[in-house]
Design a protein around this ligand. Sequence first.
Ligand code: AMP
Ligand code: MG
Length: 493
Amino acid sequence: MTSQIDPKTTGLSWNFDNSYCQLPSFFFARQNPEPVRDPRLMIFNHSLSQELGISVSTAAEPSVALALGGNQIPTGAEPIAQAYAGHQFGHFAILGDGRAILLGEHLSPSGKRVDVQLKGSGQTPYSRRGDGRAALGPMLREYIISEAMQALGIPTTRSLAVVATGQPVYRETALPGAVLTRIAASHIRVGTFAYAATQGDQAQLQTLADYTWKRHYPECAEAENPYLCFLEAVMDRQASLIARWQQVGFIHGVMNTDNMSIAGETIDYGPCAFMDTYHADTVFSSIDQQGRYAYANQPLMAQWNLARFTEALLPLLHTDETEALALGRAAVYHFPERFQRYWLSGMRAKLGLFTEEASDQALIETLLRWMQNTAQDFTHTFRSLGSETLPSQPFFHDETFVAWHKEWQARLGRQPQTPEQVRAHMNAHNPAIIPRNARVEAALNAANETGDMSALHQLLEALRQPYLDLPQFADYQTPPPASAEPYRTFCGT
Ligand code: AMP
Ligand code: MG
């Protein structure tokens, strides 16, 4: 199907088919985005727009800016702010979209249903004391990291565009404001269920559960107990997702239950960052002083969040409370095994292992321990293992590494694959390029200070094919100098 362009209105030929706003009004508030002074398109994701069947010509850019800045409501949109709750650093709170508006759900040419959300689009009934706005830097940051995750093959929400508003937002200082257009499988969160379970009645909870499993896990229709099927399916996608994070050194930073998607996508890129030097305790977020969401804690915190999800679902799991509790407990209890299976299989791939041996886990852990003790770069070390340049790496002569390398080579010798197959497998699982903090900061600083987007575009280009060694992007593979200051991130508000 070819997309049509309608420059008279929005330039974007959305194909809206909104289902969430058919739910009882308990789940949302109708709210239009608040127009902005001088909407200007800072960046537009042409390849995503093609996938969505809404591609536009550059001539349509001013009208796209109007629409994605929130100044025009596209035909078919039914703007709402979604209600939800969440445990923030362990503490329960009633939240809701305080600075985001769901325009509606778009059906892509391939029949995929996606949420179209404007983030930073003004106040809503859920804004509490917030201004409903977002700063340009954090919105561009979400754009970069989410698109990098997509290229790495990790489930994620996408970024369609960032529109500068021409209005300042006031944080510690005045910053340029912006609106991000976020595309997601949906914005239904663990916290949406916590909201239904604590603020609603059982009928409302069931309405939400039915809506959500039908939308994201239609296979549960076949199950004897669709709610248990739904619970386990969500756990499975989260187990797989968090394992993928661990395998690329991604640290989300604020894994509150309102930031955990039921569809299993990485969502809400705030203080997240990729680890350079490997250390299990790495934390980037300035507000995470206890290290609750540290790298090594992510699987545990996912389980904690899923326990909250399970609690919310309990009344639906079984009519008998004791039975429901037993089913819920079992699901939560088995999460670490689910995670471990995904983790181990991903780590085997990173080491070029096709077969399974009981000692593989120890082999992986020995390598990680050595990396931590000698402060190796996570991405660079793994990429080097599958490279012909390995013997020229400074660490190649480290005694502990030499011993590990011997063991690993012996292990590779016990599987039938050729060295070429092993190398190809490793290179498909060990990215050469990740959005390194220093690169991201440099690109954002240029965009923020002078409006110069060239470094950002270059970075995005380099991140598009992260598993290839392209000579023009060789620079992007270099780890930062060991002397670099510890990196700190701040919440995207
Ligand atoms: P986050 O930390 O981005 O996941 O946001 C947590 C909650 O705070 C959500 O309910 C947001 O909608 C809300 N929030 C964050 N920033 C703002 C803001 N500037 N104005 C209003 N609400 C906000
Ligand atoms: Mg959030």
